[in-house]
Design a protein around this ligand. Sequence first.
Ligand SMILES: Cc1cc2nc3c(=O)[nH]c(=O)nc-3n(C[C@H](O)[C@H](O)[C@H](O)COP(=O)(O)OP(=O)(O)OC[C@H]3O[C@@H](n4cnc5c(N)ncnc54)[C@H](O)[C@@H]3O)c2cc1C
Length: 449
Amino acid sequence: MTPLDGLDDLRRSLAGAVVTPADAAYDAARRCFNALVDRRPAVIVRCAGPGDVAVAFEYARAHGLEVAVRGGGHNPAGHCVGDGVLVIDLTRLREVEVDEEARVARAGGGSTWLDFDPATQAFGLVTPGGVVGSTGVCGLALGGGIGHLTAQYGLTCDNLVGAELVMPDGEVVHASEEENEELLWGLRGAGGNFGVATRLEFRLYPLERVVGGALAYAGPGVRDALRRFRDVAAGSPPGLSLQASLSTDESAAPTLVVLPCFTGSGSDSEELRTLRSAPGLVEDGVGAHTFLEQQRVVDSAYGENRHYWKGHFVRELPDELIDELVGRMAALGRPPGGILIESLHGAPKDADPSTGAVGFRHAAFNVSAQAVWLDPALDEEYIEWARETAAVLEPWSLGGGYVNYMQADEPIERVRAAFGAEAFDRLQALKRRYDPENVLRRNQNIPPE
Ligand SMILES: Cc1cc2nc3c(=O)[nH]c(=O)nc-3n(C[C@H](O)[C@H](O)[C@H](O)COP(=O)(O)OP(=O)(O)OC[C@H]3O[C@@H](n4cnc5c(N)ncnc54)[C@H](O)[C@@H]3O)c2cc1C
């Protein structure tokens, strides 16, 4: 790669820093969550504020470089990095400011849940976020946001109340319910298609303790335990968020982990008792603990494993589909990897759907095949397993997948279906207004035309 010209001028124009292939920090700076993605950007601009983002856009334009945007680096498609691109790296913008009285948090464009949750919990407040701490707050929120408090408080994007963005032409634009309302609508689900968010603002709720953790099931009871999970979710308990994950043990036998998060009164509920009494329970790790402890129940190594995820929003989870999914785990035959099932009952359905572009709130579950492996020689085998597992879901699918979990090879029809044709047209109009040249195209893209 030939060095770019004007790098010294670029450095001088920034409050932040520049990382190039010549720098010792380069390899760490280009690494992302998914080890399947190994790309070499031309230049990484570590922005210290909106002014730096505008400078980075200008430099990319002047040098004919494609742009990638990096928040927490978690997107499984690896959109945060590309060969020969300029990366607008937001990892220095991690400040989270809490307005206790207004119950609003202002999160920097590169903040993660490891920054956000402790900052808001210092005031006994929360917003519904992701389940793995190192995931980017903005990346997750801009694509929807499903987690341990979804049933109680809705999708993360339902709680997005304001934004500061730098558009590809360098203009700083604010969006809120009072200003650029249409843009706020688009930001609630349509990703980073319009500008780079240097700050997002979220509504907060008082909450410090939950009843949560993990229930593990094994043996022939797994099927019935998953049915029990589905039936409990179908009762739409508003104070109980639910996720489940199918995987296998070393002997290729399917296993199930259910992750409840209960915020109702007392330390127990009928639904928790129902889950606990399901057949095959081998470990009961559910109890009362702090919200910060709940946010540590799930973790995932960064940049070590290769990942390929593919899934569907489904309208129901009938016995027939449960049998198929358990069968797919037997086909995988070894850990790690599995099938994640996130329930969308409760608050996402109560929210006014016209307030955001996100198009999946009417689904019953988000079901995602998550292939995870280490050996590059097994790429094809694992990718095929994820694709075949997603194909099993198709008869029950609402059409679109979850933009936050999609790989880069998804066709535009799947992105369109994720929003629905009408919302997609509206998003394209927004794209024409704010990014007519599709500078921000390394994402689940809304093309201007
Ligand atoms: C281990 C793991 C756990 C996850 N858990 C959850 C979960 O619990 N719930 C859930 O809903 N999703 C979850 N996700 C998916 C996650 O929300 C998406 O992959 C999201 O895109 C990650 O955002 P990021 O900033 O970390 O990623 P990045 O790869 O840095 O960014 C992804 C894309 O988001 C956009 N983007 C990020 N920040 C900005 C910004 N400030 N301004 C404009 N655009 C921006 C850009 O297009 C960028 O390319 C998880 C992913 C992983 C790998």
